[in-house]
Each structure stands twice: as C-alpha cells, then as structure tokens.
Unconditional design. Structure first.
Length: 123
C-alpha cells in the first residue's frame, strides 16, 4: 500500500492512499461486517431467537398477503385457535385478516405473542 501522511494546519494527521487500496479496505470491512452478522444470526438461531422462514412464506409476505393470516397458516392454527390463544374474538381476527380492521397495538401484541413472532412481523 502506497500511503502519504499529511498534517493539516490544525495538526490533524491525514492519510492519502490510492483509490484501489481504499476500495480494498472498504470491501474487507464490509466482508467482516457480513461475517459478524451471519455469526450473530447463527447464534440467535441456535438459541431459538430466530427461525428460518420457508420461501413460500417469505414470498407471500413480500407479495402483500396479510401477515397475520400468513403466520397463522404457517403455524398450522385455525382462526378460532389463534383467536382463543390471543384472547380476542374470532370475528375480530377475521376482520383483521381480511383487512376490514387494522387491529390496535394491544391486539397486535397479543397476536404476535400467540404466533411467536415480533410485532414488527405483523405490522
């Protein structure tokens, strides 16, 4: 690496390096950050704090299907079973799933807990 060292009038030391060297440093730092993120995910997965989501589920969520319905079906729950676990009425849950009602924050917290997901996964 061919580096030049400069000192500004205020006394700050600066390093000037060729652009190719700079790009290599940035790439190396990004690779290290990616490795750390993967290691963190694997740790959380092993601890049961994360889960792998099948492609079908991810596709449905990305296409705009109602997330409460997607997660309920993925967990193998009927609408009645989820409503009971969340402590809400089945008709209300049905309206949330069909988009007729949004569901308040308290309701969404209950649904998230019953589905074993973060509230962010539902809203």
């Amino acid at each position: 690496m061919n580096a030049q060292f400069l000192t500004t009038p205020s006394g700050e030391r600066m390093v000037v390096i060729p652009e190719a060297d700079y790009e290599r440093l940035v790439s190396t730092a990004e690779d290290a950050a990616d490795r750390a993120a993967v290691a963190d995910f694997r740790h959380r997965l092993a601890a049961g704090e994360e889960e792998l989501v099948p492609d079908e589920i991810a596709g449905r969520l990305l296409s705009g299907d109602n997330p409460v319905r997607v997660w309920r079906e993925h967990r193998g729950l009927t609408i009645s079973a989820l409503a009971a676990q969340a402590g809400i009425g089945q008709p209300y849950l049905s309206e949330i799933e069909t988009g007729k009602k949004e569901g308040g924050i308290g309701t969404m917290k209950k649904l998230a807990a019953a589905l074993g997901v973060a509230i962010d996964d539902l809203v």
